[in-house]
Design a protein around this ligand. Structure first.
Ligand SMILES: [Zn+2]
Length: 347
């Protein structure tokens, strides 16, 4: 989107769709820079250029937002791998890498919080721990000039509310999303009610990300869109989830083994299926449209193009007319036979 940096997130959303590419953990893991299992983004310290490159690829593909790679970069996660001393450096590095790309490309810089795995609904002590985890990450994001903050993949409304309070106390716009792995939140709210509570407490954008593919996320999104008045966010994973296996953690391979997290390839949706989702989401009145774990720049580009954008990477979007077998008649006539047999038998 033109001038999104000047407009700011909320004005941009009032004008039309904002595209947000996520899925850094999975893509960095696929590229060999991050360990599946702990899923801690140490890559921002070890291979900052790899992170910068992916930010740039997502922007070239059409993302309006550069999300600082601090997902699972919070104190509890760093403690779990014995590297708590790297916490601040990791966060600041991630924010700096993302800020440089955002400022160079005129896009928005988002700080990023995630669920902590520390939240227990009935434990005031855990609430205090979680709030302090959010507060320090929000402070670093604000200090590194984040334009807004995404807090995501929550299962508990209670934990999401703690993130919201933290972001609002820093005076930044808050995009808060749940991962609907279950029918209701872990603390018993329907997803639309949980989003409504967030809205009423001051969240600027509410919705869902991760966990579900487009088919199983859409029914929840419809209910959320008709329940809240603020802008809605929708960032499914690009995987073929079903009513029987509604989230990617539940997808099973033919041999019944769990496909999550590193054997999900056979379930991957193609770029056009994600583009179809982007259009459907827009037509439902959703303005904050994106993609989560499993995303590649090709998905983002097709989504952007389907929404009427002309991203830089569109220069290399497919043009099959010049393909020697499947292309236009003139081209094909020069390639009468091939490994697949005579061309006239193929089409
Ligand atoms: Zn995700």
């Amino acid at each position: 989107m033109e001038n999104i940096k000047e407009l700011g997130l909320l004005n941009a959303l009032d004008k039309g769709p904002v595209i947000c590419a996520e899925g850094y953990l999975f893509e960095m893991e696929r590229r060999g820079y991050l360990k599946a299992g702990p899923f801690v983004p140490e890559v921002v310290l070890d291979f900052p250029l790899a992170v910068k490159q992916l930010h740039e690829e997502f922007v070239r593909a059409g993302s309006d937002v550069v999300v600082a790679f601090t997902y699972y970069g919070h104190r509890a996660k760093l403690k779990a791998i014995g590297k708590e001393d790297l916490l601040e450096k990791l966060n600041r590095n991630a924010l700096e890498i993302a800020r440089n790309v955002a400022r160079e490309t005129g896009t928005l810089l988002a700080g990023n919080l995630s669920n902590t795995w520390e939240y227990e609904p009935d434990s005031k002590k855990s609430h205090k721990t979680v709030r302090s985890i959010f507060d320090e990450q929000v402070a670093w994001a604000a200090d590194e000039q984040a334009d807004f903050i995404i807090a995501e993949t929550f299962g508990h409304l209670g934990e999401a509310l703690l993130s919201l309070e933290s972001i609002k106390s820093a005076g930044l716009p808050a995009v808060i999303t749940f991962s609907p792995a279950t029918e209701n939140s872990c603390d018993g709210y329907s997803w639309e009610d949980a989003c409504k509570v967030l809205q009423d407490k001051g969240a600027d954008v509410v919705g869902l990300n991760c966990g579900n593919g487009p088919d199983t996320m859409t029914p929840y999104l419809e209910k959320i869109r008709s329940t809240v008045s603020v802008h809605v966010a929708a960032l499914p994973v690009p995987y073929r989830t079903t009513n029987e296996q509604p989230c990617f953690q539940k997808l099973k391979l033919p041999n019944t083994e769990q496909a999550f997290p590193v054997s999900l390839d056979p379930f991957l949706l193609n770029r056009y299926e994600m583009a179809e989702f982007a259009v459907k989401a827009r037509d439902m009145g959703i303005r904050y449209i994106g993609i989560c774990c499993g995303a590649g720049p090709h998905h983002v580009r097709s989504m952007a193009e389907a929404l009427g954008r002309t991203p830089a990477a569109g220069k290399y979007s497919p043009d099959m007319s010049l393909h020697p077998i499947f292309g236009d008649k003139d081209v094909k006539e020069n390639h009468v036979a091939c490994l697949l047999g005579p061309v006239q038998d193929i089409k």
